[in-house]
Every structure is written in C-alpha cells, then in structure tokens.
Design a protein around this ligand. Structure first.
Ligand SMILES: Nc1ncnc2c1ncn2[C@@H]1O[C@H](COP(=O)(O)OP(=O)(O)O)[C@@H](O)[C@H]1O
Ligand SMILES: [Mg+2]
Length: 270
C-alpha cells in the first residue's frame, strides 16, 4: 500500500531524514516516536509533499509520490490529509466554514471567492462534526473553542477530503491529558471504523503504546525501531531516545517503571 524507500531529506550538510525505509501493507495506526529533531515532522511532510525529498522514493498503491507535480500533487495531498499540533484553523471563521475548507482542492476559485458551498458538503460537514461530538459548536468561531475541540475541527476538515490516509504531526502536543485522550480516540476510530491509515508523530512512548498497532522509532533521521508496542523494550527505548536517557522527554514516571520491569503490556483501546 505505502512503500517508503531510502527516503532522504538534507538541509545543507544535515540529513534530517536519512535513508528511511518502511512498508505498510494494509491500513493501520502507526506511531512515529523520537526526541525533538529526530526527523519525524520532515518525514510526514515529505509523505504529504509539503516538502520535497532530496532523494529516495515514496510509493502509494504503486504510484510514485515524490515526483507528482501540479494538480496531481494537490490530488495526492487531499488523499493524505495532514493534521498539525497547532490545528491551523482560521480563528475568526466559524467551525463549519473551517471544516468546508477541506473541500478547497476540488472547488473552483470563483466558488471559493464567494464562499459558495454545495448543500451536500454543508450536510456532510455537520455529520462529521456530529461524529466527533462537536456538532453543537458548528456556528461558533473556531477561536472560541477549547484546544481539544479545535483539534477535532481540524480532524473534521481532514475527513471532509475523504482521505485514504491521515498524517498527524504531534496532534496532542498542545492538549491537556483529557483532550489528548479524546483526540487519540477519535483518530483510532477513524482507522477502525473507516479503514483509513493513520500515521501520527508522537512525543511520548506512552501514547504510541496505547493507541498504535505499530511503532516506528526515529533517531538522528534514521529508523532505529519498527515493530509492535509489545516489542518496545527498555533497550529499544534507549536506542530511540539515546543511551543514558532518563526518558524525561519521552515518558512519565509510570512508563519508566513499566519499561524498567519490562512487563509492558498494551492496554486494550477503549
Ligand atoms: N526547514 C528546515 N531548515 C533547516 N533545518 C531543518 C528544517 N526543518 C527541519 N530541520 C532540521 O531537521 C532535523 C529534523 O527536524 P524535524 O523533522 O522537525 O524533527 P522532529 O519533528 O522529530 O522534531 C532537525 O535537526 C531540524 O533542525
Ligand atoms: Mg516535529
């Protein structure tokens, strides 16, 4: 389905992503972990074509993605919607209009200029908001919502494109634990119920373990781990976060305990 091969991104002499390769055969929920600067965002941005690869290949259902141009590149971007830590909504615009922005790629400039949205799209946006539990916020300005609600609006906007894949770049990094859980559960449901692939960058092991089927660990631009949450042992975590790491960047004290006793068990997602 998705096949990444020797993917590299250089900034000057620095390789932000260094000969990265992995394949995904069927939709699943993948967590990409690693400390700050490991290359997680750069990897997702290359998959979405927000950023061009320096070398290497990304194939999706047989099609080479790295070389797509113009309309084909935009079409690809609507098949793999991106979600960001800072939500990237238009703050003063109402929630529904923000969600309808997810259809921008397929609307004419004229329709966009005059804010003409087809009725069907408006209904669809309300249905999606309803599914995410925030339909009652539809008429409010985005800026009036809590962070967790705003991130759900961003997810709704992504779903408006009916994407095959959702790429989320630290979607819960700005949220409190309660909202983080709501957003991760929403992403998990989008995978389980819709069969959309989800690749999400996460700062902490804990979240990856709890919600993901597969975890990719990056360090200095390279993949140093690729396996199931169960395979993520203390030694592996050290590889990812660096020798002698106290996991302070990565883990809560409970996680460190779990790692240290190596009895880590993945909780069953609610
Ligand atoms: N636009 C850029 N110009 C120069 N260096 C960059 C740029 N984007 C990222 N980098 C560098 O690439 C490395 C990986 O960054 P990034 O992908 O943002 O890591 P992560 O998301 O894991 O924190 C870092 O060393 C970062 O400083
Ligand atoms: Mg990042």
């Amino acid at each position: 389905m998705l096949s990444v091969d020797a993917l590299t991104k250089s900034f000057g002499s620095k390789r932000a992503v260094d000969t990265v390769g992995f394949t995904v055969d069927k939709p699943m929920m993948i967590g990409v972990i690693g400390r700050s600067g490991a290359g997680k965002s750069t990897l997702l941005r290359m998959i979405n074509r927000l950023s061009d690869a320096t070398s290497g290949s990304i194939r999706f259902e047989g099609e080479e993605i790295t070389t797509l141009k113009g309309a084909k590149r935009r079409a690809w971007q609507s098949r793999c919607a991106m979600i960001f830590q800072q939500f990237n909504l238009v703050p003063r615009m109402d929630v529904v209009s923000n969600v309808l922005h997810g259809t921008l790629n397929r609307r004419s400039t004229l329709a966009t200029m005059f804010n003409l949205y087809p009725q069907a799209d408006i209904h669809k946006s309300i249905d999606i908001l309803d599914r995410l539990g925030i339909a009652e916020q539809a008429a409010k300005r985005a800026e009036a919502l809590s962070g967790g609600q705003q991130q759900r609006v961003a997810i709704a906007r992504a779903l408006m494109q009916d994407p095959q894949m959702i790429l989320a770049d630290e979607p819960i990094a700005s949220l409190d634990p309660m909202n983080a859980q709501i957003v991760m559960e929403a992403l998990r449901r989008i995978y389980e119920e819709d069969g959309r692939m989800v690749i999400t960058n996460l700062h902490t092991l804990d979240t990856a373990r709890r919600y993901c089927d597969r975890v990719i660990g990056m360090r200095d631009g390279r993949i140093v781990f690729d396996g199931t949450p169960e395979q993520l042992t203390t030694g592996v975590a050290r590889d990812i976060y660096g020798a002698g790491a106290d996991f302070s960047e990565a883990a809560t004290s409970t996680e460190i305990e779990t790692l240290n006793t190596q009895t880590a068990q993945r909780p069953v997602p609610a």
